[in-house]
Design a protein around this ligand. Structure first.
Ligand code: GDP
Length: 449
């Protein structure tokens, strides 16, 4: 699953165990590989897949075994499973077993689904057998309208089911809904620098780091919180925890995990321990965050332990020297213990996330760049000089600028730096990486004068 999938409408497949949910899932998503076992109560993780039908694309989630009468007499798992499915889907396919007729668990699920705001399609599976046919009419008793007969194994009725799904799932809007964007923060750094202590300080002491929202990777857990009226998200809170008790051999895994957290963040808190300022630090993850064009704040933590707090300027200089590849990243002195600097860091994160969403007017952008090039002309390379035709900012978060030029090969590294710094200064892109892409005449498509 990639993040771009999240804009697709989601259809959840629910039903008690052994009715053929995963067979239907495989049929709809054309996955034949997964095992379809005839064992009741085989629980699995939730599985996501995509369906393309009549030019539309949907995401389908198989909710796995939702408890059964034998192991779950009070229907707790069923209720939880249905509840979860309802929170994340725009429509529900409720699968029942045509060979058995409706059971108690079916009625229980139907009760919940009748109260849901989403459309529900009642799907009678195993209709390939005569018994399935005969029982079809019994399922009207579930109060969910007309039952649709399918055979997940043989494919019968699958097309009609998908047609019915398309009818009830609204077309995805052109633009993503303007829901307030959360500021996503990842906390990274070496073991023991105070990441989980900082996470606790941010979330409030009373609040234990517990499962809140499943992240996009398996066992990643994000924690939402509010800060001064802003919606925030701490990315992979579980990972922050885990990295603390690092064991030999899992180091590599935790680096990869930190990278995945960075991938999903707007702003990365790179935490270092003020006691370690004099020793060589690992700057890999900060470099990774810069390359991924993220916002970055450097947190010099355990500042309460500093022997001489007047040494702040020297300490800042040392950090700057070490992190000179991200001169734009602000440095904050924090103490997870006393809370010092934590609020400042969060305010910066909010500000940086806003800056990253800023869209520069095209006219303004071109004026600034042309002036910068007039003031400080590009170097001549092989008797040729870089010429800028037109610049535009097609994307935000990260702010991305495309400069249409005569020949991208004429862009010297240091000149690229110069133009990038010009943009940063002119439009106040504090605390975030920006992307500057050069395109030649031929690739540009449009070619304004
Ligand atoms: P992590 O591995 O980066 O998550 O680090 P922890 O949050 O587990 O902290 C490692 C140790 O440093 C713990 O003993 C914390 O109590 C301590 N610690 C963390 N932050 C601070 C701080 O700001 N000041 C002081 N004095 N101790 C801290």
């Amino acid at each position: 699953m990639t993040s771009s999938d999240t804009s697709l409408p989601v259809v959840a497949i629910v039903g008690r165990p052994n009715v053929g949910k995963s067979a239907l899932f495989n049929r709809l998503t054309r996955r034949n590989s997964a095992l379809v076992e005839d064992l009741p109560g085989t629980t699995r993780d939730r599985i996501y897949g995509t369906v393309e039908w009549r030019g539309r694309v949907l995401r389908v989630v198989d909710t796995g075994g939702l408890g059964d009468e034998a192991t779950d007499p009070f229907g707790t798992l069923i209720r939880e499973g249905v509840h979860h499915a309802l929170t994340e889907s725009q429509a529900v396919i409720f699968v029942v077993d045509g060979q058995t007729g409706p059971t108690g668990a079916d009625y229980e699920i139907a009760d919940m689904l009748r109260r849901a705001s989403q459309p529900v399609l009642l799907c009678v599976n195993k209709a390939d057998t005569g018994a399935g046919e005969r029982n079809l009419v019994e399922f009207y008793a579930l109060g969910l309208g007309e039952p649709l007969a399918v055979s997940a194994l043989h494919g019968r009725g699958a097309g009609d089911l998908l047609d019915a799904v398309l009818e009830v799932v609204p077309e995805a809007p052109e633009e993503a809904p303007a829901e307030p964007e959360r500021v996503r923060i990842a906390i990274v750094g070496r073991p023991n620098v105070g990441k989980s202590s900082l996470a606790n300080a941010i979330l409030g002491e009373k609040r234990a780091i517990v499962s809140d929202v499943p992240g996009t990777t398996r066992d990643a857990i994000d924690t939402p919180f509010e800060f001064e009226g802003h919606s925030m998200l701490l990315v992979d809170t579980a990972g922050i925890r885990r990295a603390g008790r690092i064991e030999r051999g899992v180091e590599r895994h935790s680096v990869q995990r930190a990278e995945r957290a960075v991938d999903r963040a707007d702003v990365v808190f790179v935490v270092i321990d003020q006691q370690e300022l004099l020793v060589a630090q690992d700057t890999h993850i900060a470099g990774y965050a810069a390359q991924a064009s993220k916002g970055i704040v450097i947190l010099v933590n355990k500042w309460d332990l500093a022997e001489d707090r007047a040494t702040k300027p020297e300490a800042a200089q040392r950090v700057d020297a070490r992190y000179k590849f991200i001169p734009w990243a602000p440095v904050i002195f924090t103490s997870a213990l006393t809370g010092e600097g934590v609020q400042d860091a969060l305010q910066l994160a909010v500000h940086i996330a806003e800056v990253r969403r800023r869209r520069v007017q095209t006219s303004e952008l071109n004026r600034v760049l042309h002036r910068a090039m007039a003031e400080h002309g590009p170097p001549t390379i092989r008797h040729k000089k870089l010429k800028l035709y037109f610049a535009t900012q097609p994307e935000v978060s990260p702010p991305t600028f495309v400069l249409f030029v005569n020949d991208p090969a004429l862009v010297h590294f240091s000149y690229e730096r110069y133009l990038e710094n010009t943009l940063r200064a002119a439009f106040d892109f504090e605390g975030t990486a920006i992307r500057v892409i050069f395109r030649g005449r031929a690739e540009g498509g449009e070619e304004p004068a």
